[in-house]
Design a protein around this ligand. Structure first.
Ligand code: PEP
Ligand code: MN
Length: 351
């Protein structure tokens, strides 16, 4: 049973995007609780909608519905709070957990207001990542809560808007969440595949990826009748589909002591280290050549940027995407970084 200790016990928060009626909240909560797979019931009471004239939540009227769901199912309940008024109104009820939405984390004034209104609470407060890929804002939100004496803090990764998310609603940008994890390893981090995907079709893949990256749990939207939902209808799962999805996620162990695994891993890591060092060596050599180009350009009074040349490099490289098995997006990012560094090196010798 030794391996059991290293298996993670993921935290599962599930429930509708919005609390819409007592019946909807109760029916959803009962189905989720009956599965035995959900730890916390979520429901939005105040909804931060991007556009006005869409459903903005039932507000304080919905809190008794959540209290009833909690009494009936025994599940602790979580709601989103975005300002001092929400916190004051919610404090009249026995809400167990709060989360701060992406739009609120994005705004330091709002975040400060929320932190002050929550001052000293021992309730768990989850902070979603900000809308943009600015890890500093996410850190700032944690710091503001901590400065107000809040110690039970968790993180929710819900993706970032406006990064060519493709088929997804919000680009996951996993590396940013992992950077946040690196900076604040003591905080539990869960993934919200519902808001990353925006479409129920992709949820299982994103949830599995989160499990593979060692997340501590998931927040997934579930509605007794997803297609009737007043917000986020296309991303919600029925409680039954949610349970099937959870059943199919493999939460792998963080480590294994098996000798053959350790030996194979060590060998592969050595290969990675030596390839990385060759790549860096080659990049350094490439920059030396760029400097030499800078020198002859200076000697001949020619400017640095010759866009036709760069376009042909980019075109040639991107055309190799399929043969190399490297995505166009990755090659583009890599080329951009190399280009900027080359220009800096040439600039240096032009001066
Ligand atoms: C939500 O959880 O329903 C929500 C509004 O999420 P986000 O803040 O991630 O957009
Ligand atoms: Mn939602």
């Amino acid at each position: 049973m030794e391996y059991m200790k290293s298996l993670k016990q993921p935290l599962i928060i599930a429930g509708p995007c919005s609390a819409e009626s007592e019946e909807q909240v109760l029916a959803t909560a009962q189905a989720l609780a009956a599965s035995g797979k959900v730890n916390i019931l979520r429901a939005g009471v105040w909804k931060p909608r991007t556009r006005p004239n869409t459903f903005e939540g039932e507000g304080v009227k919905a809190l008794p519905w959540l209290m009833k769901a909690k009494a009936v199912t025994g599940l602790p309940v979580a709601i989103e709070v975005a300002n001092a008024k929400h916190i004051e109104e919610a404090s009249a009820f026995d809400v167990d957990i709060y989360w701060v939405g992406a739009r609120t984390t994005s705004n330091p004034f709002s975040m400060q207001e929320v932190a002050e209104a929550l001052r000293g609470t021992d309730k768990m407060v989850y902070i979603k990542n900000p809308m943009s890929g600015d890890v500093e804002l996410w850190c700032g939100a944690v710091e503001r809560l901590r400065a107000c004496g809040i110690t039970n803090i968790g993180l929710i990764h819900r993706g970032f808007s406006g990064y060519g998310a493709g088929k997804l609603r919000n680009a996951p940008m996993w590396h940013l969440a992992l950077e946040m994890r690196r900076r604040m390893p003591e905080l539990p981090m869960i993934c919200d595949p519902s808001h990353i995907c925006g479409n129920r079709e992709y949820i299982k893949d994103v949830a599995q990826q989160a499990a593979d990256l060692g997340y501590d749990g998931l927040m997934i939207e579930s509605h007794i009748c997803p297609e009737c939902a007043k917000s986020d209808a296309s991303q919600q799962l029925t409680p039954q589909t949610l349970v099937e999805t959870l059943d199919n996620i493999k939460w792998r162990a963080g480590e294994s002591n098996s000798e053959s695994y350790q030996t194979a891993l060590m060998g592969l890591r050595e290969q990675i280290d030596s390839l990385d060092s060759e790549i860096l060596q080659l990049l350094a050599e490439r920059m030396q050549v760029a400097e030499n180009i800078g020198r002859i350009k200076r000697a001949n009074d020619v400017r640095i940027l010759q866009s036709v040349r760069w376009e042909s490099i980019a075109e040639r490289t991107l055309a190799q995407s399929a043969t190399l098995g490297l995505s166009v997006e990755f090659l583009q990012t890599l080329l951009d970084a190399i280009h900027v560094e080359s220009i800096n090196h040439q600039n240096k010798v032009m001066k």
